[in-house]
Structures are given as C-alpha cells and as structure tokens.
Write a protein that binds this ligand. Sequence first.
Ligand SMILES: NC(=O)c1ccc[n+]([C@@H]2O[C@H](COP(=O)([O-])OP(=O)(O)OC[C@H]3O[C@@H](n4cnc5c(N)ncnc54)[C@H](OP(=O)(O)O)[C@@H]3O)[C@@H](O)[C@H]2O)c1
Length: 272
Amino acid sequence: MMEGKQVGVIGGGKMGGALIGGMVSGGLLPASALTVADTDRTRLEELAKSYGVHVTKDNREAVRGADLVLLSVKPQNMAEVLDELADAIGPSALVISIAAGIATTFIEERLGKGARVIRVMPNMPALIGEGAAALAPGSFATETDLKLAKRIFDAIGITVEVKEALMDAVTGLSGSGPGYAFLIIEALTDAGVRMGLSRDVALRLAAQSLLGAARLCLKGEHHPAELRDMVASPGGTTLAGLKVLEDGKLRSVLMSAVEAATRRSAELGGRK
Ligand SMILES: NC(=O)c1ccc[n+]([C@@H]2O[C@H](COP(=O)([O-])OP(=O)(O)OC[C@H]3O[C@@H](n4cnc5c(N)ncnc54)[C@H](OP(=O)(O)O)[C@@H]3O)[C@@H](O)[C@H]2O)c1
C-alpha cells in the first residue's frame, strides 16, 4: 500500500521520531523514501543516524514531491508551518496531522485546493510501539487515505476511527490516559512498599499487573466485569480490596477525571 510512496515529515521530535521508527522498522517503506524536516539540527542528525532517512532544515524541501505529508510539530507552530507549506505540498498529497486540538478545517483552509487531511490523536506509549491512536478524516480524505493512515499508526500501537467532534473525548481518555495510569502504578507501588515489599519489586508487580489485565481486556473475549469476577472469589482477598475501591468511589473519580480532561481539551482548542 505504501510501495513507491514518498513521505515528508515536518517535525522530527518525540512523536515524529516514533512515527518514523514505526514506518521504517515496521517495513512499511524504505528509509530512503522518507525526508524529515526539523528546526533542530542535532535532532536531524540523530534521526539520519538511527534510521537512515533523508533530513533537511527546509520544510518545503521535505514535502516537495511527497505523496504523504506528516505534520508533527507543536500545535502553536501549525499556522506558521501550514502557511509556509501551502504552495509546496502537491495537489495529490495526503496530509496527516497529529497536532492536538488543530481541526481538519483549519488545515484545509490554509492548504486550500480541497486538501485531503486526516487528523490523528496518538498517545505517549507510541514511543515504544504501544500507542493508542484515534483517527478522524477531514472533508476530502478518502477511504483509501484512511486505510493508509491506519497502517502507519498500527505500526506503533492500536488505532480506532472516530468522528472529529469526539477528538476532545479521545484526548480526555487515551491522550491523558497514560498519565492516569502512571499515578495508579505509583500509588500501587507505594502501597506495596507500605506492606513491606521493596520498591523495585513493588513497582514491577504493580506495572505488570496493569499490563497483564489490560492485555486480557484487549483480547476482547470477556467484558472487564467478567474478568473481575474471575479473580474475585467468595470471601476472598480481591473482594476485600474492591470493597475499599468502591467505598472510595474510584469508578466515579475516573469518570470525573476523563470528563475534566475532555472539557479542558475543548477549552484549550477554543471550543468551549
Ligand atoms: N508527545 C505526545 O504524547 C503527544 C500525544 C498526542 C499528540 N501529540 C502531538 O504531536 C505533536 C508533536 O509533539 P511532540 O511531543 O513530538 O513534540 P516535540 O518533541 O517538541 O516535537 C516537535 C518538533 O518539531 C520541531 N519544530 C518546531 N517548529 C518547527 C517548524 N516551524 N518547522 C519544522 N519543525 C519544527 C521541534 O524543534 P524544536 O525543538 O527546535 O522546537 C521539535 O523537534 C504536537 O502537535 C502534539 O500535540 C503529542
């Protein structure tokens, strides 16, 4: 699907770098098909050395002749980058943006000519190939464009498609989700230490317990509540712990957290 395609990446930072790594290591396309532009020369040298991709400080050079343009600069740099690229991006190029909060209409208006745009909200574990990304097509993107974008993000985790209006909800759940999980892992670790385990042992047990449980959920064979019933034997230890979590309203607290983060995402994007 990506054979023979030329890809221009604007912004080779943390997320841009993860995407480049995913595409090259995942065998989606040869390193020679990728040109990465960034303002940071040291970063470009690192990317050239790690993956063998072409690099340039000139954004326009990176997108010239590109079939696919990946925009992975910070949201505050998007307007400037789009204005710079508008007449350098070819009319048949697909544009994928991962900039949080930047609407496809914003990109379409600046690029003009019925630009085909797909907006993606990835999350931080994409850096180790365990990301969760939501994709939303703009007004002119096709089914084939969406499939191509899915392939790229499948190389660094899992993907789902959502309507663009739900991108704030995605930001509140999976965008911010790793942050919630780090807090939970840290708290469980402290709890284990409090009960006498060493910190190192407690951290490994806490993190792997969440990872294992998450993998079971992703298998999709059982609802999380069924899985919970399987580990909660009558009168047993897990139910003793679960009772405390229910008393502390963990479920309600998590709902409020996702709601607050979703609202904040909308506020930051000037949608509320
Ligand atoms: N990291 C995440 O977990 C995450 C999750 C979801 C979405 N995103 C989105 O991903 C995008 C990138 O985030 P990131 O964490 O990868 O940021 P980052 O590490 O700061 O990467 C951005 C890169 O773009 C470069 N850059 C800045 N202005 C530029 C310009 N005018 N032309 C070309 N390159 C330019 C930066 O160089 P300098 O360092 O020299 O400025 C930097 O190397 C953001 O829009 C963010 O909303 C990130």
